[in-house]
Design a protein around this ligand. Structure first.
Ligand code: CP
Length: 307
């Protein structure tokens, strides 16, 4: 059983809860493998997405997950909603409560926005990405993919490379993977390294060629190109040379290494195009596993609200 009505981040989720979510996701993969992807698990439940930032994968995958489980699904379009008239986040949430929404999936540019919403409404809240803080469902689908490939996360050598400072994916993966016993290395230029990463349980590297030795998984992070304008990088070519995932660099990893990326990818910047499309790239499998993880979460959280 999950402790909370919400999933706001992996920092406050226990190892046992992560195990439950991954185990339930495994059951959901069986449903996705069926010819007819429809089960009644969420019949009578109302799921809504509330995305203040762009998304392809997270939004669509939550919507598909809810539809495959027979929920009614709605999406708040921020540009045409009353948010554009100045409605506050809490008032929007209370309105969605009054409309009998069971679970709200929110993405917001402000770190902590899902937490504020969750504290003030009855519906369950799932964090679909908040500022530079966390993206817990991305990390869960990453962990599900690694578990599928290796059987266990314990002792796995995972290298996460790129713009870790601005990456909510990196933070959720550090919290989750270290709880599950994986060895996590973060590789970033000093200007893109978040503070206190070591206290979170990861090892810190600025030299990708050293960090990658023996890696079982190399995960690239999207370089948020707007950061370049902020003077945090000398140039894109130099960044790619030192922090890009290339075929040459992958030769130093374990011979059975897998390449991951949360997407969207900047081909030729943080990852060579050939590497993104190679047979050991599991980027598309991550996306499919995202549906299973989100089905599992919706199932577990709606059971929680029913109890
Ligand atoms: N990985 C991820 O969050 O992708 P989207 O921005 O497309 O949802």
């Amino acid at each position: 059983m999950l402790k909370s009505k919400d999933l706001l981040g992996l920092k406050d989720v226990s190892k046992e809860e992560i195990e439950l979510i991954l185990q339930t996701s495994g059951e959901m993969i069986k449903i996705l493998d069926q010819n007819v992807k429809k089960v009644p698990h969420l019949q009578g439940k109302s799921i809504a997405t509330l995305f203040y930032e762009n998304s392809t994968r997270t939004k669509l995958s939550f919507e598909n997950a809810a539809k495959f489980m027979s929920a009614s699904v709605s999406s708040v379009s921020i540009a045409t909603s009353s948010v554009a008239k100045g409605e506050t986040l809490i008032d929007t949430g209370k309105t969605m409560d009054a409309l009998l929404t069971d679970i709200i999936i929110i993405r917001h540019s402000c770190s902590g926005a899902p937490h504020l919403l969750a504290q003030n409404i009855k519906a369950g809240v799932i964090n679909g990405g908040d500022g530079m803080n966390e993206h817990p469902t991305q990390a869960l689908l990453d962990m599900l993919t690694m578990q599928e490939l290796f059987g266990s996360l314990k002792g796995l050598n995972v290298v996460i490379a790129g713009d870790a400072k601005h990456s909510r994916v990196a933070k959720s993966n550090i919290w989750g993977l270290t709880k599950m016993g994986a060895n996590v290395k973060i590789v970033s230029p000093k200007t893109l390294m978040p503070i206190e990463v070591e206290k979170m349980g990861a090892k810190v590297y600025t030299d990708f060629d050293k960090a990658i030795v023996g890696a079982n998984v190399v995960m690239g992070l999207r370089l948020q190109l707007e950061r370049q304008k902020a003077g945090l990088l000398p140039g894109l070519d130099e960044y790619s040379q030192f922090y890009g995932i290339t075929n040459e660099r992958l030769k130093k990893a374990d011979k059975n290494v897998f390449v991951m990326h949360p997407g969207p990818i900047n081909r030729g910047v943080e990852i060579e195009s050939d590497v993104a499309d190679a047979t050991n790239s599991v980027i598309e499998r991550q996306v499919t596993n995202g549906v299973a993880v989100r089905m599992a979460l919706l199932f577990l959280l709606t059971r929680k609200s029913a109890s």
